[in-house]
Design a protein around this ligand. Structure first.
Ligand SMILES: Cc1cc2nc3c(=O)[nH]c(=O)nc-3n(C[C@H](O)[C@H](O)[C@H](O)COP(=O)(O)O)c2cc1C
Length: 222
């Protein structure tokens, strides 16, 4: 499974047009078990939902041309301190896992109908939704910064560190900002993210991608 998840980091790209075919029962079951595991482990309230009414807002529909979005994850939690980062972390696992099932995804922090979505999970904080389904295309790789622009290591960087940075650069970030910095020394790694509207979510996603690329057994977060 780990190898498939790593492969999914390379093949996953945002897709905004879906063909509208519903997910199979088997896919829904797989995604729901994955959600259950993440919710239990991290104390989150993520759900997979289907709605007849589109969850996209005007921007998502008209400006970005979103299509065929009917099934989506709602990234929800009871208010708590590092909730955004935890939801980001869990969302990274979900988009890559969906990719291993042959599905495509679209992370949305802004271009969804917040009123409609919040009413589905009353009392919860919602950081975003992720459309999941069969894309009309597989999307394209995002424009990326280079490892030098986002990382440094004191001394010669080991292979696991370089692999982690490469993986972090494949992570989706809001507006493709990639506003992170990864610093390594010995087996310690520090990740910082320039603060901004979606920086908590981005940080969690980048953290998850780095761990997958570097191998959790090789280092410790500082
Ligand atoms: C936290 C977060 C919020 C995002 N919000 C939106 C959004 O509101 N609308 C949208 O169209 N894309 C949104 N995206 C998708 C990004 O634009 C996209 O991930 C980025 O451009 C990188 O492209 P990739 O996913 O193909 O690698 C968001 C992504 C993240 C991680």
């Amino acid at each position: 499974m780990n190898e498939q998840m790593k492969e999914a980091m390379n093949t996953r790209h945002t897709v905004r047009k879906f063909d509208g075919t519903p997910l199979s029962d088997a896919d829904k079951q797989s995604l729901n078990s994955r959600i259950d595991e993440l919710n239990a482990k991290l104390g989150l309230s993520i759900i997979l939902t289907e709605s007849e009414k589109t969850p996209l807002n005007m921007m998502g529909k008209l400006v970005l041309g979103g299509e065929g979005v009917s099934t989506y994850f709602i990234l929800a939690v009871d208010e708590k301190n590092d909730a955004e980062e935890l939801l980001g972390y869990a969302s990274s696992d979900l988009i890559l896992y969906a990719q291993t099932l042959g599905l495509n995804t679209w992370w949305m922090g802004g271009t969804f109908n917040r009123k409609l979505v919040s009413a589905i999970v009353p009392g919860k904080m919602v950081t975003g939704i992720i459309a999941v389904g069969h894309g009309k295309t597989q999307g394209v790789p995002h424009k990326s910064k280079t490892p030098d622009m986002v990382s440094s290591y004191s001394g010669e960087a080991p292979e696991w560190f370089n692999n982690g940075v490469k993986a972090a650069l494949l992570a989706p970030t809001a507006l493709n900002k990639q506003a992170f910095r990864i610093e390594g020394s010995g087996n310690k790694v520090r990740l910082t993210y320039k603060s901004g509207p979606m920086s908590g979510s981005d940080k969690g996603i980048v953290k998850h991608h780095f761990e997958l690329g570097a191998g959790k057994e090789n280092f410790e977060w500082e």
